[in-house]
Design a protein around this ligand. Sequence first.
Ligand SMILES: [Zn+2]
Length: 329
Amino acid sequence: MLLGLLVLGSASVPAAGALASVGGASAPEGPGAGGAEFGQPVGRAAAQPVAALFRVAPRTLTEGQAPKIAVRIVQHGVTTVVARVDFTPVHGGTVVRVDLGRIATGQTVAPRWPGSVRLPAGSYIVRVHARDPAGAQLRRAKATSGRARLTVKARPKRRKKATAQPVVAPAPAPTPTPVVPPAPAPAPTSGGVFPVQGAHTFGGDGARFGAGRPGHIHEGQDVVAAEGLPVVAPVAGTIVARAYQASGAGYYLTEDTADGRSFFFAHCEKDSFAVTLGQSVAAGQQLCRVGATGDASGPHLHFEIWVGGWRRDQDSHPVDPLAQLQAWE
Ligand SMILES: [Zn+2]
């Protein structure tokens, strides 16, 4: 079937407070301000991937903030590796994993921090892992350790009561299972209009929320449909973003709705915007048409649902939109 073969585009959007965009984005070279940089370029042939650069900055941050990661993997004769970054709590606890997907070798990649991933307060050993197509794993040497330290400070709490808190909380037992915390999705609402007017499918596994993308995680659901079909507002709201991003979302729109959610529509057909920035829209009102602009290999609507605003701050985050889309069908 057609959809199984599509490699769907991703929407990596330049965004307030988010990390740099994805895939070969050139991160600043040299020691980052306040960051920890490890390793030197490796010129000779290697039978294993090597982390010529791995930087996590800043070294200390506050809960709710996301670290900036820059990584460059090199390996002679190998063009891509599958990579991830693991944050292992020094004092035990759940390993937080950020999948980078397939990344190009020889380029500095600055992955966007996935909005649904949180780093609890604590000290972490951060390690980049990489696997080449033959299965060889990252080779670590002193100068190319692919490792960094990170401290996440607890956010100052609002004092509710003066009762003494236990000084030492029991450390949770280390678990071997890396877990990406699932974003709690608000219950889908039944009232509303499906955003693509016409025949569509939800594609394969790669089209799902949370699927791996080079340098980041897919933060929406792809709705595969024919080029030119109307894209409409599922519920009434206001258009709060209308822009173009060649390297990711193409022509995209964001709608804030009355219930506090934000909907993000990407890869619209060129010259198909039917609304202006700041415009109020009704449920079912046309916004644009299905296209394949930006980083998309075929026509589809990339649809995201955000809670707490669209890329507004550290607390805003995307949720899996599939159940909501199905409720609108
Ligand atoms: Zn997508």
